[in-house]
Design a binder for this molecule. Structure first.
Ligand code: ATP
Ligand code: MG
Length: 421
């Protein structure tokens, strides 16, 4: 038997219900906030991720799926969505569109070579939005509120927005120096990843999952003390807007995010749930004002976020564990002989076109077995087709709750069903 590749899983049954539900909520909320759908490729030129996510990021150093195609091109399965959206924005010259800012949402699978565990897979699904072209702190607040409201709509409890500001380049340069000075004496004591980060991107040491509790990190200088006036004012505005929007946030000085392209606002939405361990961040994002330019587009300030749908499935399943979310069908049509089966086929089509969810038998079951199947599918109504009735132009309908049977004129069957479900 061929089995699924390590770190992947099949989404079906209850998981699939949640998956579609989550996608539906994100889609409708994004549309309400006036974001437009974009579909980008699952694989891109490898250099796109190296240049955007960053050579030194965990994602690029350890997690990408790189391959050569038959034309000897270097390609990478996308580990995240922002780089592809920005590439599409530049390549399709969306910056020239009269409608600005460009607000886009996407959804799809991402690929990261990670050590699989609960909530951490090699094929994961993200939902995300990007707002390209606005530097207004109000745009940051809008993106955060979209993510927050979507999760609220799904019934998520105990979620917190953790937020921080990385400031502008000047603030970060000053902070980086101070942080390096502070970390240096402890360096030999930190994990090997942190030792590399010290050289390539010291801020990321603060994001380390291994050394999180180390004294060096706990006593580290805070970036908030290094923000220049402008960055400080900007951050204050974002927080003020969040307060106006009634969003619970917590300023987290150690929040730096694992990707290279962020500045100013960074945030994570964290769920308080033991089962998820260190995979309890359901969504994350921030402002990236230099990425478009870094990828050779015109300078464009941007802000966005991405949520992990797989983790949301786990959370919603736990929250609803006492509830049966597999919905039943409206109608089951029983039919045994060829004449009845033919009528069942056309009647089912008419019902479905009238938005009635119905099922017919395609396994040549006995009548008794069809009754059983109707119960398993939690059918509200049974339509019991039989040749005798059909000759007289009538159809027998049975309410599957009260077990009451009614004879209905064949011409009125659709209206009857629609008014009884
Ligand atoms: P983490 O710190 O948990 O590794 P990250 O910082 O790598 O997350 P992002 O790149 O910001 O994550 O991705 C956004 C969201 O995608 C995360 O908050 C999480 O919900 C989800 N996610 C990231 N990696 C995985 C994975 N391997 N499996 C499932 N979901 C994931
Ligand atoms: Mg990660």
């Amino acid at each position: 038997m061929i089995t699924r590749p390590k770190g992947t899983y099949d989404i079906y049954g209850e998981d699939a219900k949640y998956y579609n539900y989550i996608k539906g909520v994100f889609t409708s909320i994004s549309e309400l906030y006036n974001y437009n759908y974009i579909r980008i490729p699952i694989f891109e030129d490898s250099s796109l991720f190296h240049r955007s996510v960053g050579e030194a990021s965990d994602i690029v150093t350890k997690e990408t799926y790189d391959f050569k195609d038959r034309g000897d091109r270097d390609l990478t399965l996308r580990p995240e969505g922002t780089a592809g959206v920005v590439r599409a924005y530049i390549e399709n010259k969306m910056y020239g569109d009269v409608n600005q800012p460009i607000k886009l949402y996407y959804e799809g699978t991402m690929y990261r070579y990670e050590k699989p565990q609960t909530g951490r897979y090699r094929e994961l699904t993200q939902f995300g939005v990007e707002a390209l072209g606005s530097d207004d702190p109000m745009q940051d607040a809008e993106v955060i509120s979209l993510a927050y409201r979507a999760m609220e709509e799904m019934g998520l409890e105990n979620i917190t927005v953790k937020i921080n500001s990385l400031g502008d380049k000047e603030s970060r340069d000053n902070y980086r120096e101070a942080l390096k000075k502070h970390i240096e004496p402890y360096l030999n004591d930190l994990c090997s990843d942190c030792q590399n980060r010290f050289k390539t991107n010291p801020l990321r040491i603060l994001d380390c999952k291994v050394d999180k509790e180390h004294e060096a990190l706990k006593t580290a200088p805070k970036i908030s003390d290094y923000l220049n006036e402008e960055s400080r004012e900007r951050f204050k505005k974002v927080l003020e807007y969040l307060t106006y929007l009634d969003i619970d946030y917590e300023v987290d000085d150690n929040l730096v995010r694992g990707l290279d392209y962020y500045e100013h606002t960074v945030f994570e939405i964290v769920a308080d749930m033991e089962e998820l361990g260190n995979a309890n961040t359901v969504g994350a994002g921030g402002r990236y004002n230099n990425l478009v330019e870094d990828l050779e587009g015109p300078a464009t300030p941007c802000v966005g976020f991405a949520c992990g749908i797989d983790r949301l499935i786990i959370i919603l399943k736990e929250l609803n564990k006492d509830r049966d979310i597999m919905s039943g069908i409206d109608v089951y049509i029983t039919a045994v002989n060829e004449e009845e089966k033919l009528r069942a086929l056309t009647l089912a089509q008419d019902l479905r076109l009238s938005e009635v969810k119905c099922e017919i038998d395609t396994l040549n079951r006995t009548l008794k077995a069809q009754f059983k199947q109707a119960d398993r599918l939690k059918a509200r109504i049974l339509i019991l087709l039989n040749s005798e009735d059909l000759k007289k132009g009538i159809i027998t309908v049975k309410d599957n709750l009260t077990h009451e049977e009614t004879k209905v004129d064949e011409n009125e069957i659709l209206d009857y069903i629609i008014s009884n479900i």
